[in-house]
Design a protein around this ligand. Structure first.
Ligand code: MLT
Length: 244
C-alpha cells in the first residue's frame, strides 16, 4: 500500500496492474480491501488505483462529514499526484456516489464510469434521518450494531461463508468516527441524475441480481440515463458482486 499527504493528512491507496487507469472507490463501511480479488489479480489492461476513503483503512480522517465531494476531491488529488490527467472512475455503492461526485466536479477527467451496485438519487428526509441515527449510534455504541444490521443485506444467501466472514471482519475494523462521518456525508449527497444525463463517455453499470440495498431497478435507471451505456446483472450476487 502507498500513501500521499493531502493537506497534512495520510491518504492510502493501492496501485496495481498496468494499462488504462481505473480509479475505484470502495463502499460503506469498508476499505480498499473490499476489492481483494481484483487487487490480487488486477483486470488485464487496467492500472487499478484503489484508495481508502478518509478515515477508512489506512487513510486518516479529516474534520467534519466525509461528503462525496471531499472523497471525490481526494481522488482527483491522487490522480494529480500520479500525474494522470484522466482515468476511468468507478465505485461500489457509496464509492459510486463518490465517482458521480467526481464526474460532477471535473467531468473532463473521467474517461468512463463504472457504477457497481449504486444509485444516482439522493436520500429523502427519512433516509437522511436514518443516516444521522447511524452516525449517533456508532459513535455511542461502536460499529458492531451497524455491522449486524447490514451484513444480512449485503450478501446473497448463497455467498460463501469465508467471504461473509471477511466482509464482517472488514466492517468491524473501521472506526466509529470514520463510519459516522461517511454516514453524514452520504446524507448530504446530491441527486446525480443530471451528471449521468450529460455524461457522454463509456459507462458500465453493474448490479447483483439479488441486491436488496440498491436493487436492479436503480441500476436500470442509471443505465437509461447514459446514452450507449451497458448494464450487466450478475446472477446470484447481492450488493457486493465483485466479491460474490
Ligand atoms: C454502501 O454499500 O456503500 C452503502 O450501502 C451505501 C448506502 O448506504 O447508501
Amino acid at each position: 500500500m502507498k500513501t500521499i499527504e493531502l493537506a497534512g493528512r495520510r491518504y492510502a491507496f493501492h496501485d496495481v496492474g498496468s494499462g488504462t487507469p481505473l480509479l475505484l472507490f470502495h463502499g460503506f463501511p469498508f476499505s480498499s480491501e473490499s476489492f481483494w480479488p481484483q487487487l490480487e489479480t488486477p483486470p488485464k489492461g487496467f492500472r487499478l488505483i484503489v484508495p481508502d476513503h478518509r478515515g477508512f483503512g489506512a487513510s486518516a480522517l479529516a474534520e467534519g462529514p466525509s461528503t462525496m465531494e471531499t472523497m471525490a476531491a481526494d481522488g482527483l488529488a491522487l490522480l494529480d499526484s500520479l500525474g494522470l490527467p484522466s482515468a476511468v472512475v468507478g465505485g461500489v455503492s457509496m464509492g459510486g456516489y463518490a465517482a458521480l461526485a467526481l464526474a460532477r466536479l471535473d467531468p473532463g477527467r473521467v474517461r468512463g464510469l463504472l457504477l457497481i451496485d449504486t444509485q444516482a438519487g439522493a436520500d429523502d428526509e427519512a433516509g437522511k434521518a436514518r443516516r444521522e441515527a447511524v452516525a449517533l449510534d456508532v459513535i455511542q455504541n461502536g460499529v458492531a450494531g451497524l455491522v449486524s444490521t447490514m451484513l444480512p443485506k449485503l450478501l446473497a444467501p448463497e455467498t460463501a461463508v469465508d467471504i461473509r466472514d471477511r466482509v464482517e471482519r472488514l466492517m468491524l475494523g473501521q472506526t466509529p468516527a470514520a463510519v459516522a462521518a461517511a454516514s453524514r456525508g452520504m446524507a448530504s449527497r446530491l441527486d446525480a441524475r443530471d451528471v449521468l444525463a450529460r455524461f457522454a463517455n463509456p459507462t458500465l453499470v453493474v448490479v447483483g441480481e439479488l441486491d436488496v440495498i440498491t436493487p436492479v431497478e436503480k441500476a436500470k435507471t442509471m443505465a437509461d440515463l447514459v446514452a450507449g451505456s451497458a448494464l450487466v446483472i450478475v446472477p446470484k450476487a447481492g450488493h457486493l458482486p465483485n466479491l460474490e
